[in-house]
Design a protein around this ligand. Structure first.
Ligand code: CDP
Ligand code: MG
Length: 133
């Protein structure tokens, strides 16, 4: 078993899609082992996305991530990180494969409904960012 972090982003909480997304994850055999709902501060959003420092989209992304509720959760499954990236789909929903979460509910390249960790190393860091040991 391995673990990864998923965040339901504000564009999805605003449309009341929390239950829909969790249901999709559970049908894909993920177990939700930790979950919370919160509003990110600008400082928290910048820290979480520090890897994107200097990129042109960062300021808008940070602003978007603080517009509403987010739902970070820890998901457990075999091969969790890579399988979740596949289930989530490409960053831009117009490029996402049919059947992925972003294809189904993503609005645009920024408001793409969910975040998913991209490596085991980053998953561990991102889980520690939101949840105590
Ligand atoms: O989330 P993912 O790993 O697929 O993409 P990323 O390249 O790590 O970018 C992080 C987030 O920044 C994306 O999920 C989008 O919300 C946002 N983004 C954006 O607004 N414009 C871009 N050109 C690229 C990413
Ligand atoms: Mg990323």
């Amino acid at each position: 078993m391995s673990r990864t972090l998923l965040i339901i982003k504000p564009d999805a909480t605003e449309r009341d899609m929390v239950g829909h997304i969790v249901s999709r994850l559970e049908k894909a055999r993920y177990s939700v082992v930790e979950m919370r709902m919160m509003n990110l501060t600008t400082e928290q959003a910048r820290e979480f996305y520090a890897v994107h420092e200097g990129k042109p989209f960062l300021d808008d992304l940070v602003a978007f991530m603080t517009t509403g509720r987010v739902v970070p959760m820890v998901l457990e499954k075999e091969n969790a990180v890579l399988d979740l990236r596949t289930l989530v789909g490409a960053t831009n929903p117009v490029n996402a494969d049919c059947g992925t979460i972003r294809y189904e509910i993503g609005r645009n390249i920024e408001k793409n409904s969910v975040h998913a960790s991209d490596s085991d190393e980053n998953a561990a860091k991102e889980i520690a960012f939101f949840f105590d040991k």
